[in-house]
Write a new protein. Sequence first.
Length: 256
Amino acid sequence: MALLEIEGLTHWFGGLRAVYNFHTRIEPGEIRGLIGPNGAGKTTIFNLVTGYYRPTEGRIVFLGRDITGKRPNEIGKLGISRTFQNLRLWTHLTALENIMLAYYGQIRYGLIGAFFNTRRRQEEEARIEVEAMDLMRMLEIETYAHRVVSGLPYGIQRKVEIARALATKPKLLLLDEPTAGMSPAEMLETMEFIQFVRERFNLTIWLIEHRMKFVMNLCNWIQVLNFGEVIAEGPPDVIRDHPDVVRAYLGEMVEI
C-alpha cells in the first residue's frame, strides 16, 4: 500500500487554474522532489494535501484513508507534518519553547489543568520539556535551546522549524523550500541534515525546492510542474536533461 496516493487533483482560485489533474504515488521511505518555475503550483499542492485548501476536484489518500478536504489538525494527527517556505517561528520565544509548542496537541490535562495548574499539568509540562530537549539533542541543536530564535543563524532556525514538525511524530514530512535564503555551505549541511532525519526517524520526505543541485543529489524521484500540470517525472538523471524541463526553466536563474 502506498503511503500517499493522489489522483486527479485540481484546484481553481476563482477563474485561475492553479493545479490541474495532479497525480502521485509515494511509497514509504522515499525522498520525493516537486520542482517547477515560480507560480507553477507547487506550494498549492502542499496546501491541498495538508488541508489548508480544499481541492476543486480529485482525491487524496493517506495510508489507505481518504483525507480529501479534512482540516489541517485532523491531517496532522494522522501523520502528515510540514514546514513552510517562509519561517513560521515565534521569534520572541526560545528554540526550546518553539519546539515545545508543537507538543501541545498531545496534552491531556484539559481546561481545568490549564486554569488551575494541576499536578497533571505540571507533570505533562515537564514531560514535554524533556521530550523537546531529547529531540534537540538528536538533531544536535541542543546548544541553542535557551536562545531566542530571532537571534539564531538562519540555518539553525530552519532546523528548529523541522524539529517542530518532527515533534508531531509524522510518517510523511513535507518540506517547502528548506534551503531558501541559504548559502551554498548551508545548503550542503541541510542536505546532510535531511538525509539524517529521514534515516533517524524512519520518515518519508516530500520536498519543494528551486536549487536543482539539492534536488538532484537528494531525491530518488522528481516531478516537474509548469502552469499547474506535471510535464515530466522520473529519476534525477532523466529529469536533468528532459527537454520540457529545460524549456520550462528558460529565463529562470536556476542551475539545471
